[in-house]
Write a protein that binds this ligand. Structure first.
Ligand code: NAG
Ligand code: NAG
Ligand code: NAG
Ligand code: NAG
Ligand code: NAG
Length: 341
């Protein structure tokens, strides 16, 4: 009797420890013991709830630029109860974890309670999906757009397997997306693949993965990305045009109005780097896609510039703003000039 009680008590204790482990390890851990979750089991446990927010870095880069840091931080703030999982290719074979002084953004993100950094293991990710045979045959070094193509493939597989929301690393979250199965319109009758969300194992994404390999042509930019999603959406739904700012629905899928993520369209992307007379409220939007791939001229966020993007950082990713954004004078004189305003 006593023995049984002991047994069940220890079982409960074990269970509680396992549970606590998930949350305490994270917060008690400084950068010296990162990443807090290394094992595949930890990853599966985290993703299995089906409501993660997923970001991807398919290059080997280990220090996220400010925009990436802002995207991840803003999502962590808007979805405090959901795990924000950032897959980084470069973590796959890193033995030495980056230090705070050389990798401030990496450290900053690791320190956020609901942000989890994991290695991106594509071979494993594509297992049990149509992408597996494609991946085993591809010669990545011969692919011109490999970083994009591998990212396009990975996001489909992750959200198909586990469910949740995928976001590009140049999307700033401003309010929760109240949808389970959705695609984001970039324009009338045209979907992006920069943000989308599904419940686990949704047949739409399975169809996308099949179409990915059937029509694979990596020399056409976007062929595996927005064009693929748009092709599939046209098969799945009979698309009309948007009316006012309402979303469209077909079957169990919502096709969200361009205002939700793209209130500033890509030809106008520089508007983010301009000073506005009045800062727009964006209250028809859930998140803002900043079109970073358009930014070949390397525009940056500057403290004190009062540009739209500076105001967005200050409001939606304050840690990134504090730690990573430099003022004009600081870039010359170092830490001086870091005024309280
Ligand atoms: C691992 O490290 C090596 C050497 O630094 C590098 O060439 C390689 O691209 C890295 N990534 C992977 C996934 O092997
Ligand atoms: C990194 O170092 C800076 C300056 O020493 C410090 O303010 C910050 O809290 C550290 N960040 C983390 C995540 O430990
Ligand atoms: C992969 O492509 C690279 C670059 O074109 C080439 O040098 C290499 O031989 C290819 N590898 C295989 C296994 O075909
Ligand atoms: C959504 O609709 C499709 C097609 O009707 C159906 O196969 C699928 O099971 C539905 N998924 C969910 C999660 O409701
Ligand atoms: C947007 O904000 C305005 C002014 O605060 C408000 O009247 C309107 O209802 C809001 N719209 C939405 C969709 O929240």
């Amino acid at each position: 009797m006593l023995k049984e009680l002991q047994l069940s008590l220890s079982a409960i204790l074990l269970f509680a420890c396992g549970f606590l482990y998930q949350f305490t390890l994270k917060s008690s851990c400084l950068f010296s013991c990162l990443p807090p979750f290394k094992s595949q089991q930890d990853l599966e446990a985290l993703l299995s709830h089906g409501h993660s927010i997923v970001f991807l870095e398919t290059s080997e880069r280990m220090e996220p630029p400010p925009m990436v840091s802002c995207a991840v931080e803003s999502a962590a703030r808007i979805y405090p109860k959901r795990p924000v999982v950032f897959f980084m290719k470069g973590l796959s074979n890193s033995t030495q974890l980056p230090s705070n002084s050389t990798h401030p953004a990496f450290s900053l993100l690791s320190a956020i309670d609901n942000v989890f950094l994991f290695p991106l293991d594509m071979k494993r990710l594509f297992e049990d999906t149509p992408l597996s045979s494609w991946y085993s045959q591809i010669n990545a070094s011969a692919e011109r757009n490999w970083l994009h193509v591998s990212s396009d493939a990975s996001r489909l597989a992750i959200i198909w397997k586990y469910g949740g929301i995928y976001m590009d690393t140049d999307v700033i979250s401003i309010k929760p997306i109240p949808e389970d199965n959705f695609l984001a319109a970039q324009a009338s009758q045209y979907s992006s693949n920069g943000v989308f969300g599904f419940l686990p194992r949704h047949p739409f994404l399975w169809g996308c993965m099949e179409n990915f390999i059937e029509h694979y042509d990596s020399d056409i930019w976007g062929n595996q990305g927005p064009n693929l999603i748009t092709r599939m959406l046209r098969v799945w739904c009979k698309l009309g045009d948007f009316q006012e700012v309402s979303d469209l629905r077909c079957l169990n899928l919502s096709f969200l109005h361009p205002q939700r993520f793209y209130p500033i369209s890509y030809p106008e992307w520089r508007r983010y780097y301009e000073v506005w007379d009045t800062v727009p409220s964006f209250n028809d939007s859930y998140a803002l896609h900043l079109w970073n791939y358009m930014n070949q001229e390397g525009r940056t966020v500057v403290r004190g510039s009062n540009t739209l993007v500076e105001n967005l950082y200050r409001k939606h990713c304050p840690r990134t703003y504090r730690v990573l954004i430099q003022g004009l004078e600081e870039s010359v004189t170092g830490e001086l000039g870091l005024g309280s305003q």
